[in-house]
Design a binder for this molecule. Structure first.
Ligand SMILES: CC(C)(COP(=O)(O)OP(=O)(O)OC[C@H]1O[C@@H](n2cnc3c(N)ncnc32)[C@H](O)[C@@H]1OP(=O)(O)O)[C@@H](O)C(=O)NCCC(=O)NCCS
Length: 165
């Protein structure tokens, strides 16, 4: 069995001018792509095959990232269900022109679903929780999952009502 810390992936890249927005700082969509890519590596490896992004929770950008900064993305599995997995991602930067501490840019939680060759969900192994931190993250992920599924069900119910009206 695999523990959450064994699933951890760290990726680092220099931000290029091609990633800039009209202000000259890095476009948020590029940061979201880095988040999805890093989380995807975690999910695909854990699933032992393809896993697709099913959901990305709210993501706040805490500080601008500049061209030349080194973007560090780290991700690990928080929770695994039958076929779905929650991956937590933290994004930080090293500024290109100083030796200050790394700056926190954003954090995000993503849901991936392991799929077979027909795109149908398929089972993943259970996660082995060892440390109190891993257990805490797992429990918090369960709460977020309940919220995601409840909000999806409520919206579907509202739409069904609309169809009947
Ligand atoms: C993700 C996808 C495979 C799920 O399909 P589905 O018919 O809902 O599959 P299932 O009903 O078998 O559910 C699979 C699991 O996903 C979970 N799930 C599906 N949508 C979810 C969501 N929005 N939030 C949280 N969990 C979700 C289910 O709870 C279930 O979890 P479990 O197996 O661990 O209990 C399907 O919606 C899909 O292919 N989406 C497109 C994904 C994609 O292409 N992403 C790339 C970016 S476009």
């Amino acid at each position: 069995m695999t523990t959450p810390s064994e699933t951890r992936v760290n990726l680092s890249e220099i931000m290029r001018a091609t990633e800039a927005n009209l202000l000259g700082t890095v476009h948020g969509g590029n940061i979201m792509k880095a988040v999805d890519s890093c989380a995807g590596v975690v999910a695909n490896r854990y699933a032992g095959g393809p896993a697709v992004t099913a959901a990305l929770d709210e993501m706040s950008f805490l500080t601008p990232v500049r061209v030349g900064d080194i973007l560090h993305t780290s991700a690990q599995l928080n929770w695994a269900g039958r076929s779905s997995m929650e991956v937590g991602v933290r994004v930080e930067v090293d500024r290109w022109d100083t030796h200050t501490d790394r700056v926190h840019v954003a954090s995000a939680y993503l849901v991936f679903v392991a799929v077979d060759e027909h795109g149908k969900s398929k089972a993943v192994p259970p996660l082995d929780l060892e440390t109190p931190e891993e257990k805490r993250r797992f429990r918090e992920a369960e709460i977020r999952r309940e919220h995601r599924l409840a909000s999806r069900a409520a919206i579907e119910a509202l739409r069904a009502e609309g169809d009947d009206a």
